[in-house]
Structure formats: C-alpha cells, structure tokens
Write a protein of this length. Structure first.
Length: 322
C-alpha cells in the first residue's frame, strides 16, 4: 500500500504536469520495486476521470534499453504515459515514437517514495516554465557554446541548427519531460565538442551518485578520449568500455538545471535539476535533437559553471543570468 503522503506529489504529476483530462487513456509503466509510486499515480489519474492502465515490466538491464514491444505499442496508443522505473527508458525509440504519435509523457526514473513527498516535486513548474523556455531558446542554434568551471572544465562546441529543449515538467501533445528536474538542454553538433570535462557534483547512474572525487574527461572531435579520477571514475569508464559501442563516448547533451527545490542526493532527476548546475550527457542523443543512438546515456554533473552561447552569458559561476 502506498504512503498517503505521496498523493499530493501524484496529483502534481497527473494534474499540473500531465494535465490529464476526463476520459483520456493514461498508461503507467512500472516495475515491482516502484509499485507504490505507480499506484499513487494510477489513483490520481482515476480521480481525474481518466482511464488508467498500469503495466509492470521486467526491469531493464541497462539505462536506455528499449521497453518490451507490447509496452512501446501501448505508449503510442495512449494520450499520456507515465514511467515510474529504476532504469531509464527516456532515451529510447519507444519514447520518441510515442510522442511522434501525439502522446505526452513524463519520466520518473529512480523515483523514491520520499521524492514524491518533498524536494524537487514541490517546485512551481508552471511558474518556472517561461525561464526554462528562454534558456532553451538561447541555447538553440548557437554557433559557439563555451562551458567553464573553477574545477577545470573547459569545453566548446557548436549547436548550429540544433533545437533547444525546455524540460520543465509540463507537457502538451507530442511532448515528453523528465520530472522533477527542470532543465534546458541542447545536443551539440556531432564532432564539434573539444576540451575537458570535470564533473564534481554527481554521476547518478550505476550506483555512483554524489561524487567523492572529480571525474575528468578529455574530449576531442565530439568524443571522450580518456577518463581519469578515483574509484567512481573507474566504475563509469569500465561500464562504458563493457558496452563495446564507441558511441557511448559521444558528447550528446549540455543541460542546465533550473529547479530551486532540487538538491544533490545521488538520484538522477533530482541531481540534474539542481538550479545553476550543468550536466554533460554522453551517448544517445536522438531524443534531444542529435543523430546518435548508443548503448546508454549518462550525465556528468558539475557546479560553479560559466556558460556562454554566441557571446551571451547564460550562467555566471553557477548563477542563472536569464
């Protein structure tokens, strides 16, 4: 039985973020370990007058692995899909095809019962939306993007011709968003990223979480060539090598966290949303506007960043400027 305290967060997801209407088909995708969260979402969808269907799948072995074909088909046929899972299915053909068919979706990866009660879920998603859209618009199509941090990050790339993505937890027809992270992101033009990445905050995958030591990556022509650091860096690098897919080292994304209620706790969608943080996504980029489908998509999160796009300062030492 789910904790009744989750009902408020579930109502936020269903009513504020997904805007569920009476009679709509709402698909809730989950695993046995996330059943209490899924049940709270189903109850909120039912209370909104929707037809709620809850499907339980075998947990994916890897982040970015496609869901079963039957579930992918159900996603395409739904008005709304909500994913309460432990392994991310965000960067999959299933999500891209469902939104292309007009479904709107929200992804609640690695959610805990506590995250349904407090933290990023308490943000005023609609109030922050205009600022998030402005950040995405500033990143979109930028010919020259430069990222620097006091820890040693110095990365440049082009996003010419690329769309900016505003993920602020509120979705309309044909859109998806992660939640509770609020972020604006862009996918670098393949082959243009060069420099150095130093993640000092979090790598919320593989059980790594909040970093004890920085993870340092050398980047040339759009790919990570080397990765150094402590035990956590070795864990990440060994996992990437085990995929036997060179595209896992692709520089896929630059994202800006914009949720003032998020904090670093080792969970993906809380950590990536921390206001003023920046994450570099590696691997798959097809759901963000890029062209690469890799065996995974991981994010490396840093703090204190200064971000400049086509001469406009968007973040100054961790402070949002828009």
């Amino acid at each position: 039985m789910y904790d009744l305290r989750m009902s408020r967060g579930a109502s936020t997801v269903v009513n504020t973020c997904a805007g569920v209407q009476p009679g709509e088909q709402v698909l809730i995708i989950t695993e046995h370990s996330k059943m209490s969260i899924a049940e709270s979402l189903a109850a909120a969808a039912y209370a909104a007058g929707a037809e709620a269907t809850l499907v339980v799948m075998t947990p994916r072995d890897l982040d970015g692995q496609e869901p079963p074909a039957t579930i992918a088909a159900a996603m395409r046929a739904s008005d709304v899909f909500l994913c309460a899972v432990s392994r991310s299915i965000t960067h999959t053909h299933a999500v891209r095809e469902a939104t292309a068919a007009g479904a709107r979706g929200l992804v609640l990866t690695q959610f805990t019962e506590g995250m349904m009660v407090h933290g990023g879920i308490q943000a005023d998603f609609r109030a922050i939306a205009p600022r998030c859209r402005a950040m995405a618009a500033a990143l979109a199509g930028s010919d020259s993007v430069r990222l620097e941090t006091p820890q040693g990050t110095s990365l440049s790339f082009s996003a010419k011709g690329r769309r900016g993505n505003a993920l602020y937890g509120v979705v309309d027809k044909g859109q998806f968003s992660t939640i509770p992270t609020i972020e604006a992101n862009v996918s670098p033009l393949e082959g243009t990223a060069n420099g150095r990445i130093v993640a000092d905050a979090s790598v919320p995958y593989l059980g790594i979480g909040v970093l004890r030591e920085p993870v340092c990556c050398e980047v040339r022509d759009g790919f990570i060539l080397s990765m150094t650091g402590g035990e956590q860096a070795r864990m990440l690098y060994n996992d990437l090598l085990s995929r036997k897919d060179p595209n896992v080292f692709n520089i896929a994304e630059l994202g800006v966290g914009m949720n003032p209620c998020c904090s670093f706790m080792g969970f993906m969608l809380e950590d990536e949303g921390v206001e003023g943080s920046v994450h570099i996504g590696i691997g798959t980029s097809i759901t963000l506007g890029g062209t690469v489908k890799a065996a995974c998509h991981y994010d490396l999160i840093m703090t204190g960043a200064t971000l400049v796009a086509d001469g406009q300062t968007l973040i100054d030492q961790g402070r949002l400027c828009l």
